[in-house]
Write a protein that binds this ligand. Structure first.
Ligand code: NAD
Ligand code: ISE
Length: 347
């Protein structure tokens, strides 16, 4: 079976995923696109022979759309995800699931009323080979119980439109999701401390920021978000346990020895760093739909949790205090999703 996908939002990552579904993932075809910028939609459609629709509702209703991919701006995600659930169609939503906790909870209620999972949220790090190895070691018990986690999320530069809140909402949100999954534990509070800001930033931005989290089991996490680090795209994660530690590997790169130096190239953006993870994420999503299975990737509940915790992080920076996440209890419907996990991890 070929899964016919309709794409809402043909900007940067929408185009990336259209290319991925067309050239890399087998069993998928992009049959429909829409964008509020009609020229963008036309351009994307021409590449793959898709039809252009006037808006999200028309695309979601189309007979030749089996599944929906939402890659529009964050504040518009909820309406399209809710539309897909109402139509009973599987929907992959790029992060965030929604920008407000209220909208996330509306999606939770709609999916539960539907009676079966339809939604997957685009937290691709769970599909990265390095993070999967990290999880395998933690789950095996080799380092004992996790105690402390040190992370860094560094981007070389960001545009002027990137504001201080985005360090939590747009950037740290990836660690928030992947750490809940890795540790099989819930983040219960957030605090933000700010060192002196780099001179290589737009004046309105606080950068870097150091985010401090505590989990329900008492694990302490420190996360440096530094989005004007200049030197490359650098993702670090080290989990310290009672009997050892495990560290995320850097992406493989050849070592070059010349002129008295040994060097390896660094990646410069998330597109290259997580290309394989995105491929795996979409392969598994499409294979699941083709097999008639409910999605196994990050759930609506995970999307809700990420929005709650990233909003708490924003509040913590603004207030200077420690802010409780204040998540609702997880409904039994989402019992198979993080924390307290899914199927065993291979590798
Ligand atoms: P973008 O601005 O390049 O593209 C978004 C597109 O959506 C634009 O073309 C815009 O015209 C269109 N759009 C907005 N509202 C719409 C609506 N109601 N209906 C149809 N089209 C609409 O942004 P982007 O960088 O591609 O980001 C898109 C989403 O992907 C964001 O939520 C972002 O957080 C997420 N993202 C995820 C990752 C990741 O690492 N997983 C990386 C980048 C972006
Ligand atoms: C961007 O939106 C992403 O999702 C990237 O993965 C992240 O590294 C970057 O900081 C965000 O702005």
């Amino acid at each position: 079976m070929t899964v016919r996908v309709g794409v809402v939002g043909t900007g940067w990552i929408g185009r990336e995923h259209i290319r991925r579904l067309t050239d890399t993932v087998t069993g998928a075809e992009v049959t429909a696109v829409t964008d509020i910028d009609a020229a963008r939609a036309e351009d994307a459609a021409a590449d793959v022979g898709a039809r252009v629709f006037a808006d999200g509702p028309a695309l979601i209703a189309a007979d030749d759309v089996d599944a929906v991919l939402v890659t529009s701006w964050g504040p518009t995600h909820a309406e399209h995800v809710l539309g897909a659930i109402a139509a009973g169609k599987p929907v992959f939503c790029e992060k965030p699931l929604a920008t407000t906790t209220q909208d996330c909870l509306r999606i939770v209620e709609a999916e539960m009323a539907h009676g079966r999972r339809l939604v997957q949220v685009g937290f691709m790090r769970r599909y990265d080979a390095g993070y999967r190895q990290l999880k395998h070691v933690i789950d095996s018990g080799r380092i004992g119980e996790a105690l402390v986690v040190h992370c860094a999320h560094r981007n070389p530069t960001v545009p002027e439109s990137y504001v201080s809140d985005m360090a939590a909402l747009d950037t740290a949100v990836h660690e928030i999701d992947v750490l809940r999954w890795l540790l099989d534990d819930e983040i219960v509070s957030a605090q933000v401390v700010t060192p002196r800001s780099t001179s290589r930033r737009f004046a309105h931005l606080t950068d870097p920021q150091i985010m401090l989290y505590e989990t329900a089991k008492g694990v302490r996490i420190d996360l440096e978000v530094f989005v004007n680090c200049q030197y490359g795209y650098d993702i670090q994660c080290e989990v310290v346990g009672e009997e050892g530690l495990v560290r995320l590997p850097d992406p493989a790169a050849v070592g070059v020895r010349t002129a008295g130096q040994h060097s390896t190239a660094l990646l410069t953006d998330w597109v290259g760093r997580f290309a394989d993870a995105f491929d795996t994420e979409f392969r598994e999503w499409i294979a699941g739909i083709a097999a008639g299975d409910a999605p196994t990737g990050p759930s609506t509940w995970d999307g809700y949790a990420a929005t709650v915790i990233s909003n708490a992080t924003v509040e913590a920076r603004r207030s200077g205090g420690i802010v409780g996440a204040g998540m609702k209890p997880r409904p039994a419907f989402y019992a198979g999703t993080t924390p307290s996990s899914r199927r065993p991890v291979e590798g």
